[in-house]
Every structure is written in structure tokens, then in C-alpha cells.
Ligand binder design. Structure first.
Ligand code: PLP
Length: 372
């Protein structure tokens, strides 16, 4: 099949910056470049922009503005949670399918003698309630379970997991980097204590994120220095990126139902086209998943080969395994859902966005069929 056009289908890795967000950012990179912490009138505009952005973001997730702390990315937000737990001496319970942004700092904490327990998931990638129930045996600690998984899209039963944690006196953090801006989220309804987000996953700029910290929770500061973010996360505010993040989030949240409907339709086109071409595949993850996130395993195939062949045909996807010269390494997520190695090797992740069209979906499916 000749290359037709470029199709970006790796939106779980990053998304395209919204033009509205870019436009909102520009003044703060040019004319309104003042340091938001300074008292003179030149800094009034960036200061006001940060205040408005905080309000918009809070409103998008049902929080209060003072519960939003800007960070440099989702990784930083997750690291803040682990560092805080270590500072407070709180044991951590997390899951085997968390992003490395959570697992690596947890491993580091564990290597320094901090108590960290990693829970298994079921074959759909779900942390079962009973598993958490059995793990939270001490009198306090913090549970950290991601809202939705980046590789297989599985959405966790966060509300019931929060209830279990709280009933044992444990705090609850959720890494919602893949969920915020894609699923309706209300932190007060969920009753979470902390939640991580990252702008570049919802059409905002790269290099900016936030941590939601529930009012009344005394969480230790992370980056020490100036008085920014009430002294909890020092560093001169990245005004343009903060504004871009708020604009993109608001735009995504306003369109969430329409986008979700569109993506469900595109997913179905891909699945139906593969099925009608008699391709053998397994779809990974739970029925409740992030719209547009499709993890597919093709027995006997190599995900790495598929990625490169699709790339040659103008399609960007990701794989669930990474080859080095000696071995194919199966991702920790595919291992955690106990996918047979032979099947896991042939896994790709297609993650669609509102910019993808029905003809993109048809082209992706026919490209996979032609390669296999
Ligand atoms: N958490 C999850 C679930 C993610 O998917 C990612 C990025 O892929 C991160 C955290 C890290 O976010 P960032 O790229 O903003 O550091």
C-alpha cells in the first residue's frame, strides 16, 4: 500500500497543542513577560492570568482554586506525592501497572527503607477491591492508584478504592495524567486527597502539570525556594504554560462527550475492519477504558516490527514491548496483566484523538491487515 498521508495515533504519548491554547499563551511569552511575583503594575497581568488559570482548572475538576499547585509535569506531581509520603513516614500502597513516574520514586523510597507495597491487578488491569482491602492493614498510609492506564486504557474503580482506603484511615492519590481532560472528573465526588495531571496529555503544552491537594491536607512542600505556590513548589511561575494548560483543559472538558462519542466510533471501525479481514488479535484492557486507547496483541507478530512498518506507511503508534539487540522486553503493564510472552511481543497501542477521522481509522486497520 502506498503511503497516503501522516496519521498521528499516539495521543497517549502526547497530544497536539490546541491552537486556542497557543494563542492564549503568546502574550505571556512576549509583551506580558513580567515575573508574576513582583509587586509592580507590570506584573499585574501575568499575576491575574495565573489566578484565572487556577480558577479555570479547579472548575474543570470540581476543585477549589487553592487546591491546585502548578508543577513542571505529571512526573513531578507523582514524585511530589512519593516524597511527601516519605517525609511524613506514610507507608505507600501502589499498583503494578502505575507509570514509571510513580514506580521509580517508589522503588527509590523502598531502597531507602520506606515501606512500599505493590498490588497485583487482574487480567483486565484492574486493582480489585478485595486486593486493596487486604493490603491496607496498618493504621495509616497512602494508597496511590492511577485513574486510567496509559498502555491499555483500563479505568480503575477509583471511587470504591477511595472508600476502602479512607475506611482504613489511609489517604488516596490518583495519577490521573491519562484521564483528566478525557473523562469527566470531579475530585470532590471522588473524594481523593491528591491527584496528578499533565497538560500535554490534553492538548496543552509540554512541561507543565499540576497536583491537586485537598484543602486541609497538610502535604509537605516539594521544591524549596521562593514563595511561589504558597511556598510549596518554589520556582518562577511559567505563566504562558499555565495559561495554555488552563485553556486546553477547559476546551477539552467542554467537548468531552462529543470527543468520547467520536473516539468510540473510530475504535469500533478499527476493530470491525480487523475482524472482517479475519486477523487474529486480542484487545487488552478493561471494557471501561479511555476513549480512543486501543491496545492490540497480534499472536506471532512483533510489535516492534509493526510499529516500524506502520511508520513507513505514515502512521505513528506505540508498542507494548521494546527491543534491544538481544531481547524483546515486555512492558511491566503487559507482564502485570499476565499476558503470555508470545502474545505480548506482538502488542501495539493505537491512541486516537479528536483530530483523527473515520478514514484514518479505516487506513490504520487496512495498513495492519496488509502488514500481517
Ligand atoms: N503518569 C502517566 C499515567 C502517564 O501516562 C505519564 C506520561 O506518559 C506520566 C505520568 C508522566 O507525565 P509527564 O510526561 O507530564 O511527565
Amino acid at each position: 500500500m502506498a503511503q497516503r498521508y501522516n496519521i498521528y495515533a499516539d495521543n497517549a504519548a502526547t497530544t497536539k497543542l490546541s491552537p486556542t491554547a497557543l494563542e492564549a499563551m503568546l502574550p505571556y511569552l512576549q509583551a506580558d513577560y513580567g515575573n508574576a511575583s513582583q509587586p509592580y503594575s507590570f506584573s499585574r497581568s501575568p499575576k491575574k492570568a495565573i489566578k484565572a488559570a487556577r480558577e479555570i482548572i479547579a472548575n474543570c475538576i470540581g476543585a477549589d482554586p487553592e487546591e491546585i499547585y502548578f508543577t513542571s509535569c505529571g512526573t513531578e506531581s507523582d514524585n511530589w506525592v512519593v516524597a511527601g509520603a516519605v517525609d511524613l513516614g506514610l507507608p505507600i500502597v501502589t499498583s503494578a501497572i502505575e507509570h514509571h513516574a510513580m514506580l521509580k520514586p517508589c522503588e527509590h523510597a523502598l531502597s531507602r527503607g520506606h515501606k512500599v507495597t505493590t498490588l497485583p491487578v487482574n487480567a483486565d488491569g484492574i486493582v480489585e477491591e478485595q486486593t486493596l482491602e487486604n493490603a491496607t492493614i496498618e493504621s495509616n498510609g497512602i494508597v496511590s492508584i492511577m485513574y486510567a492506564n496509559n498502555e491499555i486504557g483500563t479505568i480503575q474503580p477509583i471511587q470504591s478504592l477511595v472508600k476502602i482506603a479512607h475506611s482504613k484511615g489511609w489517604l488516596f492519590h490518583s495519577d490521573a495524567v491519562q484521564a483528566i481532560g478525557h473523562l469527566p472528573i470531579n475530585v470532590h465526588d471522588l473524594n481523593v486527597d491528591l491527584m496528578s495531571a499533565s497538560a500535554h496529555k490534553f492538548n496543552g503544552p509540554k512541561g507543565i502539570g499540576f497536583l491537586y491537594i485537598r484543602n486541609g491536607l497538610e502535604w509537605p512542600p516539594f521544591i524549596k525556594g521562593g514563595a511561589q505556590e504558597h511556598g510549596f513548589r518554589a520556582g518562577t511561575e511559567n505563566v504562558a504554560y499555565i495559561v495554555g494548560m488552563a485553556t486546553a483543559l477547559q476546551e477539552n472538558v467542554e467537548r468531552i462527550d462529543g470527543t468520547s462519542c467520536h473516539l468510540t466510533k473510530l475504535e469500533q471501525i478499527i476493530i470491525d475492519n480487523l475482524s472482517s479481514a479475519n486477523v487474529t488479535f486480542k484487545r487488552n484492557g478493561a471494557r471501561e477504558h479511555i476513549p480512543g486507547n486501543i491496545s492490540l496483541s497480534f499472536p506471532g507478530a512483533s510489535g516492534e516490527m509493526l510499529l516500524h512498518r506502520l511508520d513507513l506507511m505514515g502512521i505513528s503508534v506505540s508498542t507494548g514491548s521494546a527491543c534491544d539487540s538481544q531481547n524483546t522486553q515486555i512492558s511491566h503493564v503487559l507482564k502485570a496483566i499476565a499476558l503470555d510472552n508470545e502474545i505480548a511481543r506482538g502488542t501495539i497501542r493505537i491512541s486516537l484523538s479528536r483530530d483523527n477521522t473515520e478514514s484514518d481509522a479505516i487506513y490504520i486497520a487496512s495498513a495492519i491487515v496488509s502488514i500481517l
